[in-house]
Design a protein. Structure first.
Lengths: 100, 100
DNA sequence: TTTACATATCTAGAATTATAGATATGTTTT
DNA sequence: AAAACATATCTATAATTCTAGATATGTAAA
């Protein structure tokens, strides 16, 4: 749980939005075809479409979010699905509450 | 209350430390001479000494923290004292709790 | 009213982050 | 096995942040 590293992730509007969108995938993304639920999160392509940024940029963003343990990737066939890591996200808020 | 702007402040170890130190000035800084309490916070010089960074850097940091409304400056003679803005700090944690 | 002092602002170079095109990797389909 | 597809990584440039020295401003002391 690294305040500085997580704050760096949150210091970008798009990355904050991605986290928010992932709270409610069904509301923010089209349904997946190969998988009829969002249990493992949302595929990179949908996230990219929603942001309008390039594929490599979004992949880089998701990688930094994964390094900070804010999201968890799961591979299904050729897709990678990302979902929130609620434990870490809530833990971060708690740490701020206590330490900040 | 801007998540991105405040996160930028928190994405630097020194700035996070300054906020933490200001929670308990009497424990983290020497007593002031012109003022015998810490009601208005801590003067820039003490903060600078504690960090070991240059005067201009600390002044810049404090300015960014003030812009984000995380700290409140008060001038006494030739000194400027900075204290935490608890309302905004707690408010930020609440916003994260709800929105993130 | 100079001088000294505390802090703020200006300026500039170094370091980091943002962003995307090109390419690589792994998977599925044909 | 080749082609198509989704994502990751590499490479490079633009933009931003970091940091400090120099300078300016405001206040107090001599």
């Amino acid at each position: 749980m690294n305040i500085v590293e997580i704050s760096k992730v949150l210091s970008n509007k798009t990355r904050v939005n991605i986290l928010k969108w992932l709270k409610n995938p069904a509301e923010n993304f089209p349904p997946h075809q190969d998988i009829d639920h969002f249990d493992d999160g949302v595929c990179v392509g949908y996230i990219q479409d929603k942001t309008g940024l390039s594929q490599s940029t979004i992949s880089t963003y998701l990688n930094s979010m994964q390094n900070a343990k804010l999201v968890i990737p799961t591979r299904h066939g050729k897709w990678t699905y990302y979902r929130r890591n609620e434990e870490v996200i809530q833990g971060y808020v708690k740490v701020l509450e206590n330490e900040l």
